[in-house]
Design a protein around this ligand. Structure first.
Ligand code: NDP
Length: 330
């Protein structure tokens, strides 16, 4: 039994949710084959939903959020995972209804655990985190559907956010002409530094008319926001190209017609990083550690601790985070 610090969210009698740093004990962690000493976690939009009582993410409180964790195996009853092994856990139920990476220890099933690939540190892995992983998964699936660097500009929405910023970087370093959609006029320099060739204000994608199609423009789309913005992206896909939909910060609705699909042969690709089978997760991590490795990942990272997490949760909910929040345990 080891006592450790954790960021905990509690539901009060009046229905409100409060946050505190508490002492916990490893004996209170859920069952699982692998106990991991967490070195780093990260802040994703979903963590903020968990921290504010969103029942689609977390039903049982008190709860320690943190859908991402990277660290070292402390004990294991699974023969394939040795004590001292560096590992990553993202998705599955971590941080949802299973105590997550905002605690200094997690205990999880072996089937959730990825070995840290050579080429990444645990810190690198958590600067990427679920957001970076999801950006890579979007591009992987778009390329499998035929996206190519000579197929026209590729658009990324929510571009200064976690998923968006890593997507801009991965696409531009892979040779795509990358366009970014942002609501943050102050962050155009950040996006240009990541490699964005053109930057579009979010308002350009607010057309709510029933116009079925727009001028063929995009060779691919990574969409993190949903709603009208996604619909306007789909209407302007080039013939036969695809949009990968991974997020809903604008809206979970898709107020669309079938015309782009039946007249332009375009595809809407679904992206889920949570239940993606472990072998497919491992393949994406391997890609991020090799061909898609990002130089200077620090450029994305805002260093957080358990003490500064609460403020950052409020900022990500307000759409005001830029890049990735890296949470480091000391
Ligand atoms: P962030 O908050 O880091 O990024 C979201 C960005 O979207 C913001 O930075 C902002 O960028 C933009 N934005 C915010 N509010 C609005 C709005 N009302 N309308 C349009 N754009 C807006 O979140 P993440 O990158 O962590 O996550 C993005 C989305 O992807 C979330 O919905 C998340 O749940 C989802 N997600 C899904 C995964 C999956 O497996 N399917 C995995 C990971 C994330 P800007 O100001 O530049 O426009």
């Amino acid at each position: 039994m080891t006592s450790f610090k954790a960021f905990q969210v509690s539901k009060e009698d009046d229905g409100s949710f409060t946050r505190a740093i508490v002492e916990r004990d490893t004996s209170a962690l859920p069952e699982g084959e692998v106990l991991i000493k967490v070195e780093h976690s990260s802040l994703n939009y979903k963590d903020a939903l968990s921290a504010t009582g969103n029942p689609g993410v977390t039903r049982n409180y008190p709860h320690t959020p943190g859908i991402d964790a990277a660290g070292v195996v402390e004990s294991s009853t699974d023969a394939s995972l040795a004590v001292g092994q560096q590992v990553i856990v993202i998705g599955f139920d971590l941080g949802m209804n299973t105590a997550g990476g905002y605690g200094e220890y997690i205990r999880v099933p072996a089937g959730w655990v990825t070995r840290l690939p050579t080429g990444l540190t645990t810190r690198d892995a958590m600067i990427l985190g679920t957001a970076g992983f999801t950006a890579a998964l979007c591009i992987h699936k778009l390329e499998a559907a035929g996206m190519q660097s000579d197929g026209g500009p590729v658009l990324v929405t929510g571009a200064t956010g976690g998923v968006g910023s890593i997507a801009v970087k991965l696409l531009s370093q892979a040779g795509y002409e990358t366009h970014a959609v942002t609501g943050k006029a102050s962050q155009h320099g950040f996006l240009r530094d990541l490699g964005a060739a053109e930057i579009h204000d979010r308002s350009e994608f607010s057309d709510e008319s029933s116009r079925p199609l727009m001028r063929e423009t995009w060779g691919g789309v990574v969409d993190t926001v949903g709603g009208t913005i996604l619909v306007n992206c789909i209407k302007a896909l080039k013939y036969g190209q695809s949009a990968a939909a991974c997020g809903l910060v604008s809206s979970p609705s898709i107020p669309a017609s079938v015309f782009p699909f039946i007249l332009r042969h375009v595809n809407l690709l679904g992206i889920d990083s949570v239940e993606l089978p472990l072998d497919q997760k491992n393949a994406i991590w391997d890609k991020l550690a090799t061909a898609w490795q990002i130089d200077n990942l620090d450029a994305f990272a805002e260093q957080l601790t358990l003490d500064s997490l609460s403020d950052a949760i409020d900022r990500i909910l307000a759409g005001n985070m830029v890049g990735r929040g890296l949470v480091t345990h000391h």
